[in-house]
Design a protein around this ligand. Structure first.
Ligand code: MTE
Ligand code: MO
Length: 162
């Protein structure tokens, strides 16, 4: 049987490749979710798997752990094997911030996802679109530079101000 693999890359001390059986090595959580899809209506599923937060924390994200503010620049980019893609912020899943119970599901309705790859589960989402199935890659990115969004404000009286 061919096992799907996900790559964990980015600003991590311990980048990794993980299969669904590898994901059984973290504490498992079970959840029932209902989500709405604009094309197929409301769907109900049971999922089981580790918390995304636990798996990514063990990969060693490159922020200063004692400075909470330093975590706020981190993004989590999740990609499915079909190219479907979504971004989360680190603060969304961090227990010191929004603490969303996001899972990397290893099973859906008791069917193992070993071949298909894990599915992102966001019990807090009304819409199904971020429940990415067949995850192939997760990239943690702390290089987001907010200063590029803010126009530089020259100091009063400086040459650049004129
Ligand atoms: N890989 C992948 N995951 C995906 C999607 C997709 O296109 N590709 N569609 C999303 C959407 S829009 C919904 S509503 C849910 C459920 O979609 P399904 O009915 O195709 O299972 O999966 C989400 N996960
Ligand atoms: Mo959807």
């Amino acid at each position: 049987m061919t096992l799907a693999e996900i790559s964990l890359t980015g600003d991590l001390a311990r980048p990794a490749r993980l299969t669904v059986p590898d994901l059984l090595g973290w504490r498992q959580h079970r959840v029932r979710v209902a989500f709405e899809c604009s094309t197929s209506g409301t769907q109900y599923h049971r999922f089981a798997g580790p918390r995304l937060y636990d798996v990514l924390s063990d990969a060693g994200p490159g922020f200063d752990p004692v400075r909470r503010k330093d975590r706020l620049r981190f993004l989590i980019a999740v990609t499915g094997s079909d190219g479907h893609h979504a971004l989360l912020s680190w603060a969304e899943i961090d227990p010191d911030f929004a603490h969303a119970p996001v899972l990397l599901a290893v099973s859906i309705d008791d069917d193992a996802l070993d071949r298909a790859g894990p599915q992102l589960v966001l019990p807090q989402d009304r819409c199904g679109a971020r429940h990415i199935s067949g995850i192939s890659a997760i990239r943690v990115d702390g290089g987001y530079d907010w200063r590029q969004l803010v126009p530089a404000t020259p100091a009063p009286g400086s040459a650049a101000a004129s």
